[in-house]
Design a binder for this molecule. Structure first.
Ligand SMILES: [Zn+2]
Length: 487
């Protein structure tokens, strides 16, 4: 039915009011991902273009032609920039200083940049899609490990390294089947399929060729299985010279072993360092055992082909999820000790060391606390509008707010301790990830490429370039201009 002409202007005026609510409701649904992002080829091409851009940027100014024989990738799960700063202060305060002036081991790295962590379907990502990015070079959907969003298999840089003849290892403080370590060797649609992930680690490539596997999650290999498989017995059978350890003492006893190294130090995640028994190796001890083994294996190969090791401080994230910042910071300092130990063992002229995080957390460092204020405590002079003091460290979302019985905020000063819950602004079941960029630091051959802001899936391409791994542009083939990138 046609409207009378005199009603048309009124309708035109009302049109925006009619359309606005509809467009708001639909805004989520209508922001569709370009179809290309579902495919590996989209991200691989994009990363290779970005790598070429970087190479062109440094063409006339950087003369580093050193090839990385070894690569050490260290990763702090949930390691936000605030976590780095707060852990640095805690490190300084633990050694009797005011704290702010202390230095983390990673501060010796000459190059730093930021990575963008979003995934194909998530503004704020999880550890599965980010692992697929920083280990496989492909962004995927949340919860997916080692596959593109359309389900294609994505090989990790660990696999690239094995194809290049390098010895490889994976070290973590979480279950070995958790999303981050799984990104090194597994291919599953959902990260929760941990029994399948464990099977892939023992039965399939590149897991079965890993020289070093150290972490937690014993149950996924034996106790919790219902398929009748004893994956540890299988591993022993395939590796008659292999050394299986379940404690620090046994790990030390494995140091002379000629075969592969498998360590499962807990049924579940390894204990927080603050709560661990002396039988549990520290992350730095696992890192040292791994590099000693990989170095020896590389030398045995005759041509010293080198190694690639992925070392994760995985429980920083868990401390943040519990909103117990004391645990998160202590786990970060365990990673710091591991970096320190690694730097003592490697030759930076031939080893590329990269340190990064998978995603951020909502920890904030708020107010104007005076120099030297305990980072796990508070400066009583920093007060809200009601005159109630607040702690320096808070989470945006968490399960503890310092409220009294009437629901009024009270000072958390009496309850704060190195292991207590940390206040949050918004009440939630647990702490949540946050979506801002995370840091990446690099030292060694080609480390100048790790600067500025980059997509997270560029990282394996940069490591691949430096160590001549993978099918893209590398230091070894960069002059073959016509070389197509088989994606
Ligand atoms: Zn998490």
């Amino acid at each position: 039915m046609l409207l009378p002409a005199r009603q048309m202007p009124i309708l035109l005026l009302l049109l925006p009011l009619i359309l606005i609510p509809v467009s708001l409701v639909e805004s989520r649904a209508t922001v569709e991902q370009p179809a290309g992002e579902q495919l590996s080829s989209f991200w691989l091409r994009q990363a290779q273009d970005s790598l070429r851009e970087r190479l062109a940027r440094f063409k006339d100014s950087i003369t580093d032609v050193r090839r990385a024989k070894n690569v050490v990738l260290l990763m702090g799960d949930g390691l936000s920039l605030t976590t780095l700063t707060a852990a640095r202060i805690l490190k300084g305060q633990r050694s009797g200083g005011r704290g702010e002036e202390a230095r983390l081991a990673v501060e010796r790295f000459p190059f730093a940049g930021l990575t963008k962590t979003y995934c194909v379907d998530e503004q704020t990502p999880d550890s599965a899609c980010t692992a697929t990015a920083y280990l496989g070079g492909v962004k995927t959907q949340g919860g997916t490990v080692g596959q593109s969003a359309s389900g294609e298999r994505v090989d990790s840089v660990i696999q690239w390294a094995q194809r290049a003849g390098k010895a490889t290892g994976v070290v973590t403080t979480t279950r070995l089947t958790d999303a981050s370590p799984a990104g090194a060797y597994a291919h599953v649609r959902r990260r929760g399929e941990e029994l399948e992930i464990a099977r892939q680690l023992v039965e399939e490539e590149p897991g079965r060729s890993l020289e070093v596997i150290l972490g937690g999650g014993f149950g996924k290999f034996a106790g919790e299985r219902r398929d009748g498989k004893d994956l540890l017995a299988q591993w022993r059978q395939s590796n008659p010279k292999g050394c299986l350890s379940r404690s620090l003492k046994e790990l030390r006893n494995c140091s002379g072993a000629t075969g592969k190294l498998l360590g499962l130090f807990s049924d579940n995640h390894m204990s927080y360092h603050l709560a661990a028994s002396k039988d549990q190796p520290r992350l730095s001890e696992m890192a040292v055992a791994a590099i000693e083994k990989l170095e020896r294996k590389s030398q045995e190969s005759g041509d010293g082909s080198g190694y690639f090791v992925f070392i994760e401080g995985g429980r920083i994230d868990h401390g943040h999820h519990e909103t117990r910042v004391g645990y998160a910071l202590d786990e970060m300092l365990e990673l710091d000790a591991a970096v320190e130990a690694v730097l003592k063992m490697i030759d930076p002229r031939e080893t590329l060391v990269v340190f990064t995080a998978d995603h951020s957390h909502t920890l904030s460092m708020a107010g104007y606390a005076k120099r030297g204020t305990s980072i796990l405590g508070m400066d009583d002079h920093q007060k809200d509008l009601n005159g109630v003091p607040y702690s320096t460290l808070n989470y945006a979302i968490g399960k503890w707010q310092s409220l009294d019985k009437e629901g009024r905020r009270e000072s958390p000063s009496k309850t704060l301790s190195p292991t207590s819950y940390t206040p949050s602004y918004i009440s939630g079941r647990k702490g949540v990830h946050s979506g801002e960029d995370v840091a990446v630091f690099a030292m060694g051959p080609q480390s100048h490429l790790f600067g500025g802001i980059m997509e997270q899936n560029l990282l394996p391409h940069l490591m691949g370039y430096a160590a001549c791994l993978g099918r893209g542009v590398t230091l070894c083939n960069r002059n073959q201009d016509a070389k197509p990138v088989p994606l």
